[in-house]
Design a protein around this ligand. Structure first.
Ligand SMILES: Nc1ncnc2c1ncn2[C@@H]1O[C@H](COP(=O)(O)OP(=O)(O)O)[C@@H](O)[C@H]1O
Ligand SMILES: [Mg+2]
Length: 239
Protein backbone atom coordinates (compact mmCIF):
# COMPACT_ATOMS: atom_id res chain seq x y z
CA UNK A 1 0.00 0.00 0.00
CA UNK A 2 2.83 2.40 0.93
CA UNK A 3 6.12 2.03 -0.89
CA UNK A 4 9.02 4.39 -0.18
CA UNK A 5 12.15 3.93 -2.29
CA UNK A 6 15.46 5.65 -1.70
CA UNK A 7 13.89 8.73 -0.15
CA UNK A 8 16.45 11.50 0.26
CA UNK A 9 15.83 14.98 1.61
CA UNK A 10 18.17 17.69 2.80
CA UNK A 11 17.49 21.17 4.18
CA UNK A 12 20.50 23.30 3.35
CA UNK A 13 23.44 21.17 4.39
CA UNK A 14 21.33 19.06 6.74
CA UNK A 15 20.67 15.69 5.08
CA UNK A 16 17.65 14.50 7.04
CA UNK A 17 16.70 11.42 4.99
CA UNK A 18 19.45 9.56 3.18
CA UNK A 19 18.03 6.84 0.96
CA UNK A 20 15.22 5.51 3.14
CA UNK A 21 13.23 2.58 1.74
CA UNK A 22 10.29 0.91 3.41
CA UNK A 23 7.00 -0.74 2.65
CA UNK A 24 3.76 -0.95 4.60
CA UNK A 25 1.03 -3.37 3.57
CA UNK A 26 -2.72 -2.76 3.76
CA UNK A 27 -3.92 -3.68 7.22
CA UNK A 28 -0.45 -3.34 8.70
CA UNK A 29 0.50 -0.96 11.50
CA UNK A 30 4.12 0.14 11.72
CA UNK A 31 5.96 2.40 14.12
CA UNK A 32 8.60 4.84 12.98
CA UNK A 33 10.94 5.48 15.88
CA UNK A 34 13.91 7.69 16.41
CA UNK A 35 15.22 10.57 18.44
CA UNK A 36 13.57 13.91 18.08
CA UNK A 37 14.79 15.77 14.98
CA UNK A 38 15.67 12.63 13.00
CA UNK A 39 13.14 13.13 10.23
CA UNK A 40 10.09 11.16 11.30
CA UNK A 41 7.65 13.98 10.59
CA UNK A 42 9.51 14.82 7.38
CA UNK A 43 9.01 11.23 6.21
CA UNK A 44 5.25 11.37 6.92
CA UNK A 45 4.95 14.69 5.08
CA UNK A 46 6.54 13.07 2.03
CA UNK A 47 4.12 10.12 2.12
CA UNK A 48 1.14 12.48 1.97
CA UNK A 49 2.84 14.65 -0.66
CA UNK A 50 3.16 17.79 1.46
CA UNK A 51 6.94 17.74 0.90
CA UNK A 52 8.82 16.69 -2.20
CA UNK A 53 12.07 14.73 -2.03
CA UNK A 54 15.48 15.52 -3.47
CA UNK A 55 15.64 11.93 -4.68
CA UNK A 56 13.60 8.79 -4.40
CA UNK A 57 10.10 7.66 -5.11
CA UNK A 58 6.90 7.11 -3.16
CA UNK A 59 3.96 5.05 -4.35
CA UNK A 60 0.78 4.89 -2.28
CA UNK A 61 -2.16 2.73 -3.35
CA UNK A 62 -0.76 2.76 -6.89
CA UNK A 63 -0.39 6.56 -6.99
CA UNK A 64 3.11 7.86 -7.72
CA UNK A 65 2.91 10.53 -5.01
CA UNK A 66 6.25 12.08 -5.89
CA UNK A 67 5.12 12.67 -9.49
CA UNK A 68 1.56 13.93 -9.01
CA UNK A 69 0.47 17.43 -10.02
CA UNK A 70 -1.01 19.67 -7.31
CA UNK A 71 -4.57 18.91 -8.46
CA UNK A 72 -3.96 15.15 -8.46
CA UNK A 73 -2.35 15.46 -5.03
CA UNK A 74 -5.54 17.02 -3.65
CA UNK A 75 -7.50 14.01 -4.86
CA UNK A 76 -4.87 11.60 -3.60
CA UNK A 77 -4.94 13.09 -0.09
CA UNK A 78 -8.58 12.07 0.37
CA UNK A 79 -7.31 8.51 0.71
CA UNK A 80 -4.96 9.49 3.53
CA UNK A 81 -5.87 10.27 7.14
CA UNK A 82 -3.33 12.44 8.92
CA UNK A 83 -3.28 12.79 12.68
CA UNK A 84 -1.06 15.80 13.33
CA UNK A 85 0.98 16.06 16.49
CA UNK A 86 -1.08 18.96 17.84
CA UNK A 87 -4.41 17.34 16.81
CA UNK A 88 -5.05 20.35 14.54
CA UNK A 89 -8.78 20.49 15.12
CA UNK A 90 -10.42 23.76 14.10
CA UNK A 91 -11.02 25.65 17.34
CA UNK A 92 -13.85 27.72 15.91
CA UNK A 93 -15.88 24.64 14.98
CA UNK A 94 -17.54 22.14 17.28
CA UNK A 95 -16.18 18.61 17.37
CA UNK A 96 -19.09 17.47 15.20
CA UNK A 97 -18.40 20.22 12.65
CA UNK A 98 -14.73 19.26 12.62
CA UNK A 99 -15.63 15.69 11.69
CA UNK A 100 -18.25 16.77 9.18
CA UNK A 101 -15.88 19.16 7.43
CA UNK A 102 -14.08 16.67 5.12
CA UNK A 103 -17.40 15.02 4.26
CA UNK A 104 -18.98 18.36 3.32
CA UNK A 105 -15.95 19.32 1.26
CA UNK A 106 -15.37 16.08 -0.57
CA UNK A 107 -18.57 14.06 -0.71
CA UNK A 108 -22.18 14.58 -1.75
CA UNK A 109 -23.63 12.99 1.35
CA UNK A 110 -26.87 14.51 2.63
CA UNK A 111 -26.70 16.42 5.93
CA UNK A 112 -28.61 13.66 7.70
CA UNK A 113 -26.14 11.05 6.46
CA UNK A 114 -23.20 13.25 7.42
CA UNK A 115 -24.62 13.59 10.90
CA UNK A 116 -25.04 9.81 11.17
CA UNK A 117 -21.48 9.20 10.04
CA UNK A 118 -20.13 11.80 12.45
CA UNK A 119 -22.05 10.25 15.34
CA UNK A 120 -20.84 6.75 14.42
CA UNK A 121 -17.23 7.93 14.29
CA UNK A 122 -17.50 9.77 17.60
CA UNK A 123 -18.89 6.62 19.15
CA UNK A 124 -15.98 4.62 17.73
CA UNK A 125 -13.52 6.79 19.68
CA UNK A 126 -15.68 6.83 22.78
CA UNK A 127 -16.81 10.44 22.34
CA UNK A 128 -20.51 9.85 21.77
CA UNK A 129 -22.33 12.96 22.90
CA UNK A 130 -19.40 15.32 22.29
CA UNK A 131 -20.54 16.53 18.86
CA UNK A 132 -21.67 19.92 20.10
CA UNK A 133 -18.70 20.72 22.30
CA UNK A 134 -15.73 22.81 21.17
CA UNK A 135 -12.22 21.35 21.04
CA UNK A 136 -11.09 23.78 23.76
CA UNK A 137 -13.57 22.16 26.14
CA UNK A 138 -11.98 18.72 25.70
CA UNK A 139 -8.99 17.19 27.49
CA UNK A 140 -5.81 16.49 25.52
CA UNK A 141 -6.68 12.81 25.22
CA UNK A 142 -10.19 13.56 24.01
CA UNK A 143 -8.87 16.00 21.40
CA UNK A 144 -6.52 13.29 20.10
CA UNK A 145 -9.43 10.88 19.83
CA UNK A 146 -11.58 13.45 18.03
CA UNK A 147 -8.73 14.13 15.61
CA UNK A 148 -8.34 10.38 15.06
CA UNK A 149 -12.06 10.10 14.26
CA UNK A 150 -11.73 12.98 11.79
CA UNK A 151 -8.65 11.38 10.19
CA UNK A 152 -10.62 8.18 9.57
CA UNK A 153 -13.97 9.61 8.51
CA UNK A 154 -13.26 9.59 4.76
CA UNK A 155 -12.74 5.78 4.84
CA UNK A 156 -9.06 6.31 4.19
CA UNK A 157 -6.68 3.61 3.03
CA UNK A 158 -3.67 5.09 4.75
CA UNK A 159 -3.43 6.52 8.26
CA UNK A 160 -0.44 8.59 9.35
CA UNK A 161 -0.16 9.47 13.05
CA UNK A 162 2.53 11.89 14.16
CA UNK A 163 3.51 11.36 17.80
CA UNK A 164 -0.03 10.47 18.94
CA UNK A 165 1.06 9.90 22.54
CA UNK A 166 3.13 13.04 23.01
CA UNK A 167 1.87 15.21 25.84
CA UNK A 168 -0.39 12.48 27.23
CA UNK A 169 -0.01 10.66 30.55
CA UNK A 170 0.89 6.92 30.46
CA UNK A 171 -2.71 5.72 30.74
CA UNK A 172 -4.04 7.97 28.00
CA UNK A 173 -1.00 7.11 25.88
CA UNK A 174 -1.81 3.43 26.20
CA UNK A 175 -5.48 4.03 25.40
CA UNK A 176 -4.87 6.09 22.26
CA UNK A 177 -2.25 3.56 21.09
CA UNK A 178 -4.74 0.72 21.50
CA UNK A 179 -7.45 2.71 19.75
CA UNK A 180 -5.21 3.55 16.78
CA UNK A 181 -4.32 -0.10 16.42
CA UNK A 182 -7.91 -1.35 16.73
CA UNK A 183 -9.40 1.19 14.33
CA UNK A 184 -6.59 0.76 11.78
CA UNK A 185 -7.07 -2.98 11.79
CA UNK A 186 -10.84 -2.64 11.53
CA UNK A 187 -10.53 -0.25 8.59
CA UNK A 188 -7.73 -2.27 6.96
CA UNK A 189 -5.54 0.83 6.71
CA UNK A 190 -1.82 0.86 6.14
CA UNK A 191 -0.83 2.82 9.22
CA UNK A 192 2.40 4.59 10.15
CA UNK A 193 2.82 5.95 13.67
CA UNK A 194 5.82 8.05 14.56
CA UNK A 195 6.97 8.00 18.14
CA UNK A 196 9.93 8.17 20.43
CA UNK A 197 7.85 6.24 22.97
CA UNK A 198 9.17 2.68 22.74
CA UNK A 199 6.65 1.05 25.02
CA UNK A 200 3.69 2.29 23.00
CA UNK A 201 5.45 1.76 19.67
CA UNK A 202 5.54 -1.97 20.23
CA UNK A 203 2.02 -1.87 21.64
CA UNK A 204 0.66 -0.29 18.48
CA UNK A 205 2.76 -1.77 15.75
CA UNK A 206 3.22 -5.06 13.94
CA UNK A 207 6.67 -3.89 12.86
CA UNK A 208 8.93 -1.00 13.73
CA UNK A 209 11.54 1.05 11.92
CA UNK A 210 14.30 2.90 13.76
CA UNK A 211 15.55 6.00 11.98
CA UNK A 212 18.99 7.38 12.77
CA UNK A 213 21.16 9.82 10.83
CA UNK A 214 18.99 9.59 7.74
CA UNK A 215 18.95 5.82 7.52
CA UNK A 216 16.98 2.91 8.96
CA UNK A 217 19.18 1.50 11.68
CA UNK A 218 16.82 -1.39 12.37
CA UNK A 219 13.51 -2.76 11.20
CA UNK A 220 11.27 -5.69 11.90
CA UNK A 221 9.14 -7.19 14.63
CA UNK A 222 9.70 -6.28 18.26
CA UNK A 223 11.93 -9.34 18.70
CA UNK A 224 13.94 -8.49 15.60
CA UNK A 225 14.42 -4.84 16.57
CA UNK A 226 15.32 -5.76 20.13
CA UNK A 227 17.84 -8.27 18.76
CA UNK A 228 19.56 -5.65 16.60
CA UNK A 229 23.32 -5.39 16.98
CA UNK A 230 23.36 -1.78 15.76
CA UNK A 231 25.00 0.30 18.51
CA UNK A 232 22.54 3.20 18.14
CA UNK A 233 19.52 0.88 18.29
CA UNK A 234 20.87 -0.81 21.42
CA UNK A 235 21.39 2.52 23.12
CA UNK A 236 18.01 3.82 21.95
CA UNK A 237 16.17 0.76 23.27
CA UNK A 238 18.01 0.94 26.55
CA UNK A 239 16.47 4.41 26.90
N1 LIG B 1 10.57 22.84 6.47
C1 LIG B 1 11.79 22.65 6.99
N2 LIG B 1 12.81 23.48 6.71
C2 LIG B 1 14.05 23.26 7.21
N3 LIG B 1 14.36 22.26 8.02
C3 LIG B 1 13.39 21.39 8.35
C4 LIG B 1 12.05 21.54 7.86
N4 LIG B 1 11.30 20.54 8.35
C5 LIG B 1 12.12 19.80 9.13
N5 LIG B 1 13.37 20.31 9.12
C6 LIG B 1 14.52 19.74 9.83
O1 LIG B 1 14.58 18.36 9.56
C7 LIG B 1 14.99 17.63 10.70
C8 LIG B 1 13.98 16.55 11.01
O2 LIG B 1 12.77 17.14 11.45
P1 LIG B 1 11.50 16.29 11.87
O3 LIG B 1 11.11 15.38 10.77
O4 LIG B 1 10.50 17.27 12.31
O5 LIG B 1 12.05 15.43 13.10
P2 LIG B 1 11.25 14.43 14.03
O6 LIG B 1 9.82 14.42 13.57
O7 LIG B 1 11.93 13.11 13.89
O8 LIG B 1 11.39 14.96 15.41
C9 LIG B 1 15.18 18.65 11.81
O9 LIG B 1 16.55 18.94 11.87
C10 LIG B 1 14.39 19.82 11.34
O10 LIG B 1 14.94 21.02 11.83
MG1 LIG C 1 8.14 15.07 14.52
Amino acid sequence: MIKVEGLTKAFGGNKVLDGVSLEVAAGEVVALMGLSGTGKSVLLLHIVGLMSPDAGKIIVDGDPVTELSESRLLLFRRKVGYLFQDSALYDFMTVGENLAFPLKEHTRLKPVDIRAKVDAHLKMVDLAGSADTFPSELSGGMRKRAALARALIMNVKVLLCDEPTSGLDPIRSRDISQLIRDLSKKAGCATVVTTHDMLNAFRIADRAFVLNQGKLAAQGTETEVRGSSDPFVKEFLAG
